[in-house]
Each structure stands twice: as structure tokens, then as C-alpha cells.
Design a protein. Structure first.
Length: 125
């Protein structure tokens, strides 16, 4: 079961990656939009108020960690924050969770795993 039309913001400095994830989520019924830097995350979130954000951690201008902290302060528990990153150490995961992420998905991830993590959070809200 999906949350039809739920808004998912996807951010990655690798445009093809962000666009691909957004397209994949759109094919599953989400209203997904891609951006490519930290400031764009904040700008779009302010206007669009997503239910979920899938963020790379190494965004230009403002890291995914800083974006997560800002989004968590702004939206509280009403937003699902998913770190989608190549950083995979225990320290990276711990730092992501401390920044406010709900889940960490390590690249390259199976597309179904990423969708499952988004589904879990959006459907629980």
C-alpha cells in the first residue's frame, strides 16, 4: 500500500541520481521532486511541505546533515527523513541519526529497499 500523492523531496548533488530516485518514486504513486543542493532543499521544503525527504549527505552549500536538522526543527515528527548515501560506517549512521534522520539507506541500494523505507515512514504518519 502506498500513500497516493504523498510529497517526497529528493536531493542529491548527482543530478542523474536525484532525478532517477524521484522518477522511481513517482512511478510508485508519490509526488516526487528532485533538487541538487542544500539551499534548494530548504527552499522547496518551505514552499511545498513534503511528507518525506530523501537526502544525500554530501550536498553542496549545506550538508544533508544540516538540512535534516533544519527540516526536523521546522516540521518535527511530521516529516520522514531518509539519508540516502554512500557513507556507510557505523559513525556515519550514528551522525545521521543524531542529525534527525529516521533511516539510512546506503548506496547503491536496491530500489525496492528504498521504496520500502519511504513507504514505512509516509504510511505511518
Amino acid at each position: 500500500m502506498k500513500a497516493p500523492g504523498a510529497r517526497v523531496l529528493v536531493a542529491d548533488d548527482v543530478r542523474d541520481s536525484a532525478d532517477t530516485v524521484a522518477l522511481l518514486l513517482a512511478e510508485k504513486g508519490y509526488d516526487a521532486r528532485a533538487v541538487y543542493d542544500g539551499q534548494a532543499v530548504l527552499d522547496l521544503a518551505e514552499r511545498w511541505q513534503p511528507q518525506c525527504a530523501v537526502l544525500d549527505l554530501s550536498l553542496p552549500g549545506m550538508s544533508g546533515f544540516d538540512c535534516a536538522r533544519h527540516l526536523r526543527r521546522k516540521f518535527g515528527a511530521s516529516i520522514r527523513l531518509v539519508a540516502y548515501t554512500g557513507w556507510s560506517t557505523d559513525g556515519d549512521r550514528k551522525k545521521a541519526m543524531e542529525a534527525g534522520f529516521d533511516a539510512v539507506v546506503v548506496k547503491p541500494a536496491d530500489a525496492l529497499d528504498l521504496i520500502r523505507v519511504v513507504d514505512e515512514g509516509v504510511l505511518a504518519k
